[in-house]
Design a protein around this ligand. Structure first.
Ligand SMILES: *[C@@H]1O[C@H](CO)[C@@H](O)[C@H](O)[C@H]1NC(C)=O
Ligand SMILES: *[C@@H]1O[C@H](CO)[C@@H](O)[C@H](O)[C@H]1NC(C)=O
Length: 243
């Protein structure tokens, strides 16, 4: 039992080493720009119909200019205003990386010089990197607002990825390979509980309830067994005491 617990704790630590998350409350819906401005940024979109995305982000060793490594961006859209959400980023233990994730409203992203520069730099690099087919696929993956409304609760997600390893391999120290990541958007139920944890919670409740009933049965069996086998137990103890 103890050994099981140790193994469990080990995996818990292992898992937490490869997940970084941010919790936020979705902002009020805003009117989106009518031109293709957001489409043209070529950001990976996440929304209620696309809750997880597997992609890769550039990483680099921290420098004075980029103390948290390379910056990448993604788009969170179609959120329910005022609802609490969690955004998780998961990556492989074989690619040790320190991630920092932040969310910005459209106004913050477009009106802060430092953010708009980072966003457009990323977007230019994406235009150079992606094929025409990949660009079409990205645009097709955007959230379709109900009734084609031009209002949506939107956040820009900035991910900073700093390489977090030391290697004797010179290639690996000079060129950090892109990090494969899963981005997971998780709305909270009643603003307290991540929906993706529901199956786990259900499992724990089932285990706890069955453990309760099983323990009652086991207790009754044990009590019956003791009564049957040790009717002479009490006098024996008394005998010893009197000796
Ligand atoms: C990722 O890094 C490669 C190599 O340095 C660069 O060519 C590419 O533009 C970068 N991609 C992004 C999206 O920044
Ligand atoms: C260094 O790492 C690169 C990239 O993973 C690999 O292709 C290369 O074979 C490695 N070199 C040595 C000497 O291990």
């Amino acid at each position: 039992m103890l050994r099981l617990l140790v193994v469990f704790i080990h995996f818990l630590l292992l898992a937490s080493a490869n997940v970084e998350k941010t919790i936020f409350v979705a902002p009020p819906a805003v009117t989106l720009p009518q031109d293709a401005a957001i489409d043209n940024l070529l950001l990976e979109p996440l929304h209620p119909e696309r809750l997880s995305v597997r992609t890769f982000f550039n990483a680099s060793f921290p420098t004075d200019d980029k103390p948290h490594g390379d910056e990448s961006w993604a788009l969170l859209e179609g959120l329910s205003p005022r609802q609490r959400h969690e955004l998780r980023i998961c990556w492989l233990a074989t690619q040790p990386t320190a991630f920092q994730i932040d969310t910005f409203t459209m106004a913050e992203a477009f009106e802060t010089a430092e953010l708009i520069i980072s966003l457009t730099t990323y977007s230019y690099a994406r235009h150079a990197q992606l094929s025409a087919a990949e660009i079409d696929a990205l645009k097709a993956n955007r959230f379709k607002t109900p009734g084609g409304s031009d209002r949506s609760s939107v956040l820009f997600l900035r991910v900073q990825a700093a390489a977090d390893y030391f290697s004797l391999n010179k290639t690996l120290m000079e060129n950090v390979p892109p990090v494969h990541v899963d981005l997971i958007l998780d709305p909270y139920l009643f603003n307290v509980f991540p929906i993706s944890l529901l199956p786990t919670a259900g499992y724990i409740i089932v285990v706890a309830v069955s453990a309760w009933f099983i323990s009652v049965v086991v207790y009754q069996l044990m009590a019956a067994y003791i009564q049957r086998n040790e009717p002479s137990g009490a006098p024996e103890v008394e005998d010893k005491k009197t000796q």
